[in-house]
Design a protein around this ligand. Structure first.
Ligand SMILES: NC(=O)c1ccc[n+]([C@@H]2O[C@H](COP(=O)([O-])OP(=O)(O)OC[C@H]3O[C@@H](n4cnc5c(N)ncnc54)[C@H](O)[C@@H]3O)[C@@H](O)[C@H]2O)c1
Length: 483
């Protein structure tokens, strides 16, 4: 596959380039080879993107919701038809195995285009009777939205932000992560091909500075970031200065609580999905696995057996189910955490080593006997490192599960129905799972509480975050005034 795009940016319906921009080398994580070179957006490129988005948004918002929805659903159809090529590209961009990308990334992107494309025509205002007078409400777009992406799910993030934004009549300028800049360009191409007017969905490349200059432009009405908490603080603060709307999808250190009465095989599956999918580079991962004492030995034994079946290698090989870390830098960061875990006295059950070769492979790693104060139990690692912590009672598990500044996700495995719902109600997290982990269907709200974020993506809830209500008071009779 030719992974070099025609140009770095997609603006006003076409690819554009400005070679004066800072160089971005795209590296295939499985080999370390440079597979594309791009340029960060210059002020001239940003000006083009902002001007075209502002102009296009007015035209797009005047379309009926049914017409806008039709474009999104056509784009979903094209994405599904091109699933293979989009998945191969996603694997080049991120290093995630094709076995995952072929069923998750473009698929989930298409789901969101289809869902919001179908939903938007039934989003209506209200009629509020006031005797003879009345108020009616209009749900209106915000204007120009900026989307800023993390590197772990480039296609999905570009669609999860773009689909509700466009459905509501906004334009979007999307800046992918500099680490995985290729896939969002395809999303822009497909939306344009499906009939979105030029400028409604623009993609500009760049490092953090490009994101930072976009969000302070007076023409921008909303910023939606997927990224780390430190970046979230900066972006939120910059958006606050212009009193802009925000969605913040940030990091986590989520708990996964496994009770003695859980189905062992399902609990092990949940822990694997919640720690090692995408080589552990998933924001909602349940990396603090609290295991009740009675099931601990059986859990660790079965986990080690199941991890022996990991197939690492060329991620384009459909048999491979575990890929490299996204970058050399990310591998180094994760190795630092593994060393810290050993230093602080956790028991290394399995893994912990990098795999020799050109790619950035790291073994799936499990620590047991982890305590709440160890660095591997408090900090987001964003790699394939599971921490197993012991507990005895439900009250203790819930208290310790919530004892974190993050609040993205939480999960519980138990066969006690009422306990499962008690735990879900008690978790301080935006997204909870009972006897499963990390499912993220477009129909369900996704997002975090506490430091993990503001706002929700997907589901009807996302409409609230990409539109605003206008109330219109209508007086039916004469109007009295004091003088
Ligand atoms: N909650 C979620 O939905 C979700 C999903 C995926 C990833 N994440 C989080 O993302 C993080 C990993 O991704 P990352 O390393 O790309 O995150 P990051 O915070 O380093 O970067 C995210 C994006 O922000 C941009 N950026 C950096 N500084 C900026 C600034 N000052 N102004 C504007 N933009 C700026 C980057 O260029 C990048 O596009 C993890 O913390 C993970 O938990 C969260």
């Amino acid at each position: 596959m030719n992974t070099q795009p025609k140009a770095s940016h997609f603006i006003d319906g076409d690819y554009v380039e400005d070679t004066a921009g800072e160089l971005i080398e795209v590296i295939y994580p499985a080999t370390g080879a440079v597979i594309a070179t791009l340029h960060a957006a210059t002020p001239a490129i940003l000006e083009q993107a902002l001007a075209s988005a502002q102009r296009a948004q007015k035209e797009w918002a005047a379309w009926s919701p049914t017409e806008r929805g039709r474009v999104l659903r056509r784009a979903a159809q094209i994405m599904r038809e091109r699933n293979h090529d989009l998945s191969v590209l996603e694997t080049y961009d991120t290093g995630k195995p094709y076995q995952e990308t072929s069923v998750v990334d473009a698929t989930s992107g298409a789901d969101s285009l289809e869902y919001f494309g179908g939903l938007i025509a039934s989003v209506t205002g209200e009629h509020i009777p006031l005797g003879e007078d009345f108020v009616y409400t209009r749900r209106e777009p915000l204007g120009v939205c900026v989307g800023i992406g993390a590197w772990n799910y480039p296609t999905q993030i570009a669609c999860w932000k773009g689909a509700p934004a466009l459905a509501c009549g906004n334009a979007m300028i999307f800046k992918p992560s500099e680490t995985t800049p290729l896939c969002a360009l395809k999303v822009a191409e497909i939306l344009h091909e499906a009939g979105a007017p030029a400028g409604v969905y623009n993609v500009v490349q760049g490092y953090g500075a490009v994101g930072a200059s976009l969000i302070t432009d007076a023409r921008v009405d909303k910023v939606s970031l997927t990224g780390s908490v430190p970046t979230g603080r900066k972006v939120y603060a910059a958006a606050a200065d212009g009193v802009r709307h925000v969605t913040m999808e940030l990091g986590g250190k989520s708990p996964l609580v496994i009770f003695d009465d859980a189905d062992l095989e399902n609990a092990v599956s949940g822990a694997i999905l919640g720690n090692f999918y995408s080589s552990g580079q998933v924001c909602s991962n349940g990396t603090r696995v609290f295991v009740q004492k009675g099931i601990k030995d059986a859990f660790l034994k079965r986990l080690a057996e199941r991890l022996a079946d990991v197939k690492m290698g060329d991620p384009q090989d459909p048999e491979v189910n575990f890929g490299p870390m996204v970058s050399e830098r990310q591998r180094d960061i994760v190795e630092g955490f593994i060393a810290k875990g050993q230093e602080e006295g956790a028991t290394l059950v399995t893994g912990g080593q990098r795999v020799d070769g050109d790619g950035f492979f790291l073994q799936p790693t499990v620590f047991a006997d982890v305590t709440d104060d160890m660095t591997i139990a408090t900090d987001e690692i964003f790699g394939p490192v599971m921490s197993v912590l012991d507990f005895e009672t439900e009250e203790e598990a819930l208290r310790r599960a919530n004892d974190t500044a993050f609040g993205l996700a939480a999960g519980v495995f138990t066969s006690d129905l009422t306990r499962a719902h008690r735990m879900a109600a008690g978790f301080e997290a935006g997204t909870c799972y009972i006897n499963t982990y990390n499912d993220a269907p477009v129909e369900a709200p996704f997002g975090g509480s506490k430091l993990s974020g503001v706002g929700r993506e997907n589901s009807k809830a996302a409409i609230e975050h990409y539109s605003q209500i206008k109330g219109v008071y209508v007086r039916m009779g004469d109007l009295e005034a004091p003088f």
